[in-house]
Design a binder for this molecule. Structure first.
Ligand code: URA
Length: 239
């Protein structure tokens, strides 16, 4: 049982103070009975009406970290009927991915029904760090790496500063592996950044978002985030 004004406010209908006013003025019904007393408690399963509107129930928030395999669409639905990241998770909640990963990109993606956390993570002002590992065609030079770090023009706008390091140079196969750390989430950002300095991305994987990594989560598998991890995400804002 919980105070009625708290249940109303949590549903997102209005603020707690406004809910108190509505209760006092006889605009709230619990199981078809008008309630005007402020201390009244109700159950989340009670049928509550505010100003004649049935109150929608607060949905429990869920958070998943998925290791996305190649060949899966990072959206809730797909008009071509392809498998989506949501199909890989067993839940009865209406979840959706936080941001995008391309069809052929693998690695860490979060899924949730929490709009507030989603907005926080994708808003550029919060500068959430994302680590990618890209296998590219060609032997990358230190000069080109520096260009990436200082920012390159993609779609007419310069990318913000990033960090990059060479993990492998494979002369035999004419390819390189580079770790790139960025704070933005523009469309196809990593591929376009490499293209802008003359390299095609052959394979791309996201290794981490903020402090969250793929440790212990195999390709195609997922785990729930703990409430502690969700709270810690809000402390991840980089200025
Ligand atoms: N950048 C890309 O180009 N693709 C992704 O999937 C993610 C980041």
């Amino acid at each position: 049982m919980e105070r009625l004004q708290k249940i109303i406010a949590e549903s997102g209908y209005c603020s707690r103070r406004k809910a108190e006013e509505l209760i006092k003025s006889g605009k709230v019904k619990v199981n078809n009975t008008i309630v005007t007393e402020l201390g009244t408690k109700a159950d989340y399963n009670d049928y509550i009406e505010v100003e004649g509107n049935p109150l929608s129930k607060k949905e429990d928030k869920v958070y998943y970290l998925l290791n996305k395999p190649r060949g899966v669409v990072a959206s809730a639905t797909d008009d071509k009927g392809r498998k989506t990241v949501v199909d890989l998770i067993k839940t009865d909640k209406r979840i959706y991915p936080v941001g995008r990963l391309d069809y052929d990109t693998t690695g860490l993606i979060l899924l949730t029904n929490d709009g507030e956390l989603t907005n926080f993570l994708i808003h550029p002002k919060n500068n959430i760090e994302k680590v990618y590992v890209a296998k590219i065609k060609g032997l990358i030079t230190k000069e080109d790496l520096k260009k990436l770090c200082n920012g390159v023009l993609i779609d007419g706008k310069k990318t913000s500063k990033s960090k990059a390091k060479i993990l492998k140079i494979d002369k035999k196969n004419n390819s390189s592996v580079v770790e790139l750390i960025i704070h933005e989430g523009r469309n196809h950002q990593v591929k376009k950044m490499f293209e802008s300095i003359g390299y095609d991305v052959l394979k791309l994987k996201r290794e981490s978002i903020a402090f969250l990594t793929l440790d212990g989560v195999k390709s195609g598998e997922y785990r729930s985030l703990s409430i502690k991890e969700v709270k810690k995400m809000y402390g991840e804002k980089n200025d």
